[in-house]
Design a protein around this ligand. Sequence first.
Ligand SMILES: Cc1cc2nc3c(=O)[nH]c(=O)nc-3n(C[C@H](O)[C@H](O)[C@H](O)COP(=O)(O)OP(=O)(O)OC[C@H]3O[C@@H](n4cnc5c(N)ncnc54)[C@H](O)[C@@H]3O)c2cc1C
Length: 477
Amino acid sequence: MSRRFTLSTPVPAAERDQSFWLRDTAALARRFPALAGDVHADVAIIGGGLTGLWSAIRLRETSPELRVVVVEAVECGYGASGRNGGQVHSWFESLDRLADATDEAEAFRLAQATSDAMDELQALQDSGELDMGLRLDGWLWTASSIAQEGAWDGALERTAARGVAPYQPVDAAELQRRTGSTASYTGVLERKAGTLHPGKLMRNLAIYAATKGVEIFERSPVTELTAGSPATLRTASGSVTAGKVLLATNIWASAIPQLRRKMFIVDSEVIATEQIPERLEAFGWTDGASVCDAQDQVLYYQRTEDGRIVFGRGSGRTTFRDRIGAAFNRRRDGGMADTIAEFHRVYPQLRDVRIDYDWTGGIDCVPAHVPIFGNLAGASNVFYALGWNGTALAQIPATSRIIASMILGRTDEWGRSKLINQRRAKSLPPEPFRFVGAIIVRQAIVWKNRAEIVNRRPNPVLRAVLTLMPKGTREHE
Ligand SMILES: Cc1cc2nc3c(=O)[nH]c(=O)nc-3n(C[C@H](O)[C@H](O)[C@H](O)COP(=O)(O)OP(=O)(O)OC[C@H]3O[C@@H](n4cnc5c(N)ncnc54)[C@H](O)[C@@H]3O)c2cc1C
């Protein structure tokens, strides 16, 4: 029996509404053809972001005889993969959540795999195969209020118990010396971590995938997917019939009701300043370290190679059902005021600096806060991989091996991962309850942050609301 799914497609952004990263690397873009006519493939992947491209690469690495096609609505990197904060760090920070979803041994293996993935990325860059502007100068995981202090304690305990020490303490003087800001005054440094340029990564990853034999079609929104053997996906000008399909559509997977019940979408806002390399060097901020604080609406920032500050914040705005509008590309009418105010709190000495770019992007969250992989109910050959929760640059290269093994039905170590068809994965309430609940939770988090950032305790009513929040609903990057 075949089942038909209608997919939603992204709202294309005008050039001025795209991320700094994509605009900065427009000249690197290689145009792949649009899908035309009928194509047959072993595996068809919908979505040309990190999930789609890395999974395609792993499939071809494992089974070079497979015909693997990627069908992308706009251009590779158009979604979160080309809009993010460029922060690369391991999953050692998430050992607790990974252990909840899998078990202690697998959690550690997964965290180690993300650390290994950074070595792989570095080697690909060093060999000239895949330039991504990777700078493994460390990740500063910091606190800028009493409530944030010790956010990393659990990670320190769990890594110490395993005999590894990826983090080292940093004090206020070092934080100021490295970032020029006094807002964060304590924290830890993850030594193997850093930043990259998401525009370079995505432009070059698509080319790298093509050299591995992956066939890519762009400007080809898939409007309909018919499960069955084979499955068929349709665009306005063509179709692909394939033995297996991977939905790598991130937030747009919410078009499928059974996936919508597993996820909630929040957005994150990013700004990029004008180039101010001399001023940053005068602070001592010369390297490519990534910096985060530990608010629920996390701040994340980096210094770009060309001397800008890219500064992002989890804003936590959500969607009703799968209605992902143009505000998920760029907010208008001063909608970034909150993020800019945070930038000025962290860098009061840079109030005069021009903001040259601002954009937004959607994040696919799941209650367990670790990704979920599986197949659609009633469609054993249609797979999904989502729930990156804002942390993906090392995590997707690492776990794309799990996705590939799942698609190929392999029972190797990756194929046996407990991230596949998680038994404990929770479902969220149906609309309109999910939407209304998300608005209440977001407002509670905003008020809580406002109190805590000035070291006040949230009021008792707010504290009571926050205790009702399901674990894992707070926004991340
Ligand atoms: C603002 C922001 C900041 C972030 N910061 C960080 C960070 O600093 N570090 C980090 O590790 N992670 C970060 N993340 C998370 C990370 O970027 C994402 O988890 C990751 O890029 C997800 O990759 P993806 O391929 O699953 O999704 P996407 O990159 O969103 O790819 C999905 C693709 O599917 C395509 N598509 C959708 N529907 C269809 C259709 N019907 N037909 C064909 N194609 C379709 C889209 O056009 C898109 O290209 C951030 C995310 C955002 C939004």
